[in-house]
Design a protein around this ligand. Structure first.
Ligand SMILES: Nc1ncnc2c1ncn2[C@@H]1O[C@H](COP(=O)(O)OS(=O)(=O)O)[C@@H](OP(=O)(O)O)[C@H]1O
Length: 658
């Protein structure tokens, strides 16, 4: 089944009055295509359903949460001190072979009621999302809950937001097929998750590999691209009073057969439903019942509806063919009610949520106030470009950043911006804060030209600050990575050459001895924080910001994890220095295209012959400056596991051979 690309393309090209027409073409085409493709399941009356007799469950057969006790909401790993936000690490990081993410993924909103007022709520949510991600947005609207005028209005307005697709859908579940007792329980639920919410099940059949379902009041505070790289059937967060919160979850899409099966299973299990033991007697929980739970967890919230059912279908049934992973509620489904539990950890470790759901207390409320304090307030997240540079070369130190910066500036659209200092290659020292002062450093750059900031300190230091201040959408980061042993040696040679008072190395120093000391100090620091680089977010080693330790600077995987935690892989191009040496033009063309330059205007190659900027030009080193073979091997052994980590993080093999 093809996606409705053609009408959308048409819509992007059109304007004015045509937009209205094309918006309707989109709705109708998407809807008709689904109806004809057999992908749309909604008419469950077509299914052959074996209705089991209403079962009376013996109390003994009720398993409330033994099987999945780890998913208890109040378990420390749901909230609290344990913050591994995903259990599918390291797959979570993997990119495709060229280091870019697979494209076929979408965010999805499920809109069960659509009046004129709701139209604006949907639009606001889509616009907020667009600030954070250029990924497709699917808007699934329940046909029976939508007013006709509102459908047209929404379709027209959505066509102004790039890469959105509108689906007008029936409820995949026909309520008459469900048992009466189940429907009564479903409808008695005072707040949430009645039968219309089963609209969300359509997510598994949307024509995308991965679908991240978001409620309209779930706001991305930071990009969550890493979630799309998890190879799972379901990724979910526990709700405050439910085993799974339906406001944020990710499913594998493209599975109309699964949607059919889910509906079938729901119908069948609705006949096993009792107030005490929903879903085949496997229980409604685990959940935090807001006090001591009754034996049957009957006070779970929304457990009869999709929240309970999706958890039952993917988790409790224990189908071994499913890959299911739970993510941190604090990080990915942060709600006011979680403040007490999440806040201490957030404040201690400087974390902030990726997704804020239901900030009911608004402006003065808990969630916003907290993330404002932590510096990632979605309302101050710049939508337009606020930092002057278009690109940043982050490092690594001694990996060829001067050459990359200089050669990019040979393009007529890239301004050659030299700043006083050392080396004079576009380095801007210090923080991006305050923004005025930072932008002032670029005041001589004519408008309309692209300009970069090249600063090798940033790779280690600025992961949290730079993307948040400059806007995730607008920041493009270039990184060069060089064989860490060579880089380390080169760094020490530079320190020997540079006569700075506070540097302890001179031209007479024995560099192998110097590096050996650095290795020892690195090993001591790691021994004091065992496994520091292994987790999801290795914070900088204590006191090692802007480190001059050449081993620490070469643990690229750990530094990049911090960047990918705080921003999106979309913002990055990562090159190996060795590839840059061998395939210079390819790297430069790719980087120019990435920063938004017209590659066809680049005639720089002819200028590039001759000396490599900032190179020590193959000078023969005196013996005391050479790297002793034994030390080289030791360094390789130390770096080897970190190189594997880097490969996990960027999804590519390093060319270094160890
Ligand atoms: N294209 C290409 N291929 C291979 N190696 C290259 C390339 N361009 C620069 N270089 C080498 O990178 C070293 C300088 O790196 P940086 O400019 O990043 O250094 S700095 O941190 O900004 O001082 C410096 O390394 P050393 O020669 O070891 O000093 C350069 O020779």
């Amino acid at each position: 089944m093809g996606r409705a690309h053609s009408p959308r393309t048409f819509c992007h090209l059109s304007n004015g009055g045509l937009v209205k027409v094309c918006a309707l073409v989109v709705i109708i085409t998407v809807w008709v295509e689904w109806q004809h493709s057999g992908m749309l399941i909604p008419n469950s009356t077509n299914l052959e359903i074996q209705r089991p007799p209403q079962r009376q469950l013996a109390v003994d057969s009720i398993v409330v949460d033994d099987k999945q006790s780890w998913t208890r909401y109040d378990h420390p790993s749901a909230y609290g001190t344990h913050f591994d936000p995903t259990v599918c690490h390291p797959r979570v990081w993997s990119l495709d072979s060229v280091g870019r993410r697979p494209e076929n993924t979408t965010f999805a909103f499920a809109v069960t009621k659509l009046s004129m007022r709701y139209t604006n709520i949907v639009l606001d949510a889509a616009k907020r999302l667009r600030v954070m991600s250029s990924r497709p947005i699917s808007v699934m609207v329940l046909k029976s809950g939508a007013k006709e005028g509102a459908i047209g209005e929404l379709a027209v307005k959505l066509s102004d937001i790039s890469n959105t697709t509108f689906y007008l859908l029936d409820n995949p579940v026909n309520i008459e097929d469900l048992s009466e007792g189940y429907v009564r329980a479903l409808q008695k639920n005072p707040n949430c998750c009645k039968e219309s919410e089963y609209l969300k099940l359509h997510a598994v059949a949307l024509p995308y590999d991965q679908v991240l379902v978001l409620d309209l009041d779930a706001t991305l505070v930071k990009p969550v691209d890493h979630l799309f790289h998890c190879d799972v059937d379901l990724l979910y967060a526990a709700g405050p009073w439910s085993p799974l919160n339906g406001g944020v979850f990710l499913v594998r899409g493209n599975r109309p057969d699964r949607l059919r099966h889910m509906v079938e299973v729901l119908i069948n299990t609705s006949y096993t439903y009792t107030q005490e033991a929903c879903f085949d007697g496997l229980g409604c929980g685990p959940c935090n019942c807001g006090g001591p739970c009754s034996k049957y967890n009957v006070r779970c919230f929304g457990q009869e509806g999709p929240q309970g059912f999706i958890h039952y279908y993917f988790v409790k049934r224990g189908d071994p063919s499913f890959r299911v992973a739970r993510i941190s509620t604090c990080l990915y489904d942060f709600q006011d009610s979680g403040l007490k539990k999440c806040k201490p950890e957030f404040e201690r470790r400087g974390f902030s949520p990726f997704i804020v759901h239901k900030d009911t207390r608004g402006e003065n409320g808990s969630a916003l106030a907290l993330i404002r304090r932590l510096g990632t307030d979605p309302s101050t997240q710049p939508e337009s470009k606020v930092c002057r540079p278009e690109f940043w070369i982050l490092g690594a130190r001694k990996a060829g950043t001067t050459a990359l910066y200089t050669w990019l500036t040979y393009h007529p659209q890239v301004f050659s911006h030299h700043v006083q200092g050392f080396p004079t290659d576009g380095e801007i020292y210090g923080s991006v804060k305050p923004l005025d002062k930072y932008n002032n450093k670029f005041k001589k750059v004519p408008s309309g030209l692209l300009v970069g900031d090249s600063n090798v300190y940033r790779l280690i230091d600025d992961a949290a600050e730079l993307p948040a201040l400059c806007g995730h959408k607008h920041a493009k980061f270039l990184v060069l990575l060089r064989d860490p042993v060579e880089r380390c040696h080169s760094q020490m040679l530079m320190r020997a050459r540079v006569k700075q008072k506070n540097l302890d190395i001179t031209m007479d120093s024995n560099l192998s001895e110097v590096i050996d000391r650095q290795l020892k100090s690195f090993e001591d620091a790691v021994a004091a924080s065992p496994g520091w680089a292994d987790g999801f977010l290795p914070e900088p080693l204590h006191g090692w910001k802007s480190s001059y330790n050449c081993i620490y600077e070469g643990i690229y995987g750990a530094h990049l994890k911090r960047w990918f935690f705080h921003t999106s892989l979309d913002n990055f191009r990562i090159y190996f220095t060795e590839d840059f040496a061998e395939h210079r033009d390819e790297v430069l063309h790719d980087a120019l295209e990435f920063i938004g330059a017209d590659v066809s205007l680049y005639h720089g190659s002819a200028l590039l012959e001759g000396k490599i900027p900032n190179s020590r030009s193959n000078m023969t080193l005196p013996e005391h400056q050479q790297l002793m073979p034994l030390l080289r091997r030791r360094l390789q052994d130390v770096f080897a596991p970190y190189n594997r980590m880097l490969e996990d993080v960027i999804g590519r093999r390093t060319p270094w051979g160890y």
